[in-house]
Design a protein around this ligand. Structure first.
Ligand code: NAD
Length: 476
């Protein structure tokens, strides 16, 4: 065992060193090479859609169409965006000189950070491992990927697709569990892009501190959803049914819980139930045969979500919707709970499953204390027709992102930055923001020859210098 451990450590160190040599070479290569590489890699992914769908289906029970929508499409969007815009992203930004810097010229260059580590989660295992890779490569880096061990078939496809396309000193996939991830984290990566739980995010940040590696942490949390009496309830029900029950609720930006005006609670619950069956059922039934409804990743998570439901019921929650779940098949029927106590466990931890707790309010003053008592969420959703109400909530609640009158779209929009805040993570992903995450914005200032403005401030600090500084403090 000890021998194995030493072997793993040495292999990873050798791989890291190879990538470090390559990333140094990449710095002087024209950016057009990256564009060609990304274009070709996009084609490679498109040619292998079926392999990806099969693996994702085996791991998570997602249909081929859902795999295309939620795994392949976002990665291809990243590829297209980078290919289309890379010439803009890499172009140095000229910076104006204020009077005191007269004669200088400055620009911000976007230099690659170097050798990067990308650690992926299991819930969108392909999307959230290869998506950041596109930004990483667009910025001119090399990468080691560590996909989640909980989705082994997708992890194997990620490994094979990378191996078929890249030299390992450019992109390498290291498979394994937390132990392997721990060994990787001992290496001095230039940037670590982690997607996963808040708990492991802290471990990653701790390890990164040892080498002062930069980090992007894409974490989770409880995303609140407020629905007031002015909202279009039919729209809200349809959109929430999709955002919450897609991937059996195992989506970081899924609406976690609902705060709704008591006056419209009943109507909304009835509409929501109808929509859930319409979207995911067959003949009004959702069971193991329903082709468009996903599975829970493993029995540990199945039992965890089940325990949250049982605890809420014990504390007085009413079951509005449930059905025959099947632990053996990791099939968890959609559940809606009303009258949920804010003290129950389901209101403490991220649910990450197909269970939607609803809390009704009689007075809008009850909304903020419930949201603000919890860590800053990854997503915040508001369904309302009242602009002022929307504005007040957006101002009052700090969140990774906000979506009004829909959900999840703030994540999929390619031109918006995506990320959390504090407990839900930090650093931004997607498109140009992803490119920036993997780049060092390096200022480069060029001075002219001879006398310069700053030389007027050199010592000895004569009266003339003092007068100059007084003038500058006053007028510049
Ligand atoms: P996780 O934190 O358990 O695992 C994520 C990755 O970290 C896996 O590759 C795993 O092997 C690795 N890991 C586990 N223990 C580790 C350790 N001690 N040291 C280093 N690495 C370790 O998360 P998960 O269960 O795969 O994913 C679910 C969580 O991810 C949820 O909280 C969800 O909200 C969050 N998430 C966030 C986003 C986002 O973009 N913000 C997207 C998807 C999922």
């Amino acid at each position: 065992m000890e021998q194995e451990e030493i072997g793993l450590k040495q292999d990873l160190k050798t791989l890291f060193e190879k990538q470090t040599v390559r990333s140094q070479q990449l710095r002087s290569e024209p950016w057009q090479n990256r564009k060609k590489l990304l274009e070709a890699f996009g084609k490679h992914i498109m040619q292998n859609r079926q392999r990806i769908a099969k693996a994702v289906n085996t791991d998570l029970g997602k249909s081929a169409t859902e795999s295309d929508i939620s795994e392949v499409f976002p990665v291809i969007t990243e590829v297209k965006d980078a290919v289309r815009n890379l010439s803009d992203w890499v172009r140095p930004q000229a910076i104006d000189a204020p009077l005191t810097y007269l004669g200088t010229t400055s620009e911000v260059q976007y230099e690659p950070k170097g050798t990067c580590l990308i650690i992926g989660p299991w819930n969108f295992p392909f999307n959230l491992t290869f998506g950041p890779l596109i930004s990483c490569l667009a910025a001119g880096n090399t990468a080691i990927l560590k996909p989640s061990e909980l989705t082994p078939h997708t992890s194997a496809v990620i490994r094979d697709l990378a191996k078929e396309f890249f030299d390992e000193d450019m992109v390498a996939v290291v498979e394994g569990d937390s132990h392997v991830a721990g060994q990787l984290l001992k290496l001095p990566f230039a940037h670590i892009f982690f997607t996963g739980s808040t708990h492991v995010g802290k471990i990653v940040m701790h390890a990164a501190a040892e080498h002062l590696s930069a980090v992007t942490l894409e974490l989770g949390g409880k995303s609140p959803t407020v629905i007031d009496s002015s909202a279009n309830l039919a729209d809200a029900a349809k959109r929430i049914a999709f955002g919450k029950f897609l991937n059996a609720g195992q989506t970081c930006v899924a609406p976690d819980y609902i705060l709704i005006d008591k006056q419209v609670e009943r109507e909304f619950i009835d509409l929501l139930k109808k929509q859930i069956f319409k979207l995911f059922g067959v003949n009004q039934i959702i069971n193991t045969q329903a082709p468009d409804y996903g599975r829970i990743v493993n029995s540990r998570n199945f039992n965890r979500v089940d325990a949250l439901v049982q605890d809420a019921i014990q504390l007085g929650a009413k079951v509005e919707l449930n059905g025959n779940s099947d632990a053996g098949a990791r099939f968890f029927h959609p559940v809606i709970l009303s009258g949920v106590s804010p003290e129950s466990k389901i209101m403490e931890e991220e649910i990450f499953g197909p269970v939607l707790p609803i809390i009704a309010y009689s007075n809008e003053k009850e909304i903020l204390p419930i949201i603000l008592a919890r860590p800053k969420p990854l997503a915040f959703y508001i369904f309302s027709a009242r602009e002022r109400f929307q504005r007040e909530l957006v101002t009052a609640v700090s969140a990774g992102g906000v979506c009004i009158n829909d959900c999840v779209l703030q994540f999929t929009h390619p031109n918006l930055p995506f990320g959390g805040i504090n407990a839900s993570g930090f650093g931004k992903a997607h498109g140009r923001y992803g490119f920036l995450a993997f780049s060092n914005e390096k200022p480069v200032l060029k001075q002219k020859r001879g006398i310069t403005m700053s030389s007027f401030l050199y010592p000895p600090f004569t009266n003339r210098v003092k007068q100059t500084i007084n003038l500058m403090l006053r007028w510049l």
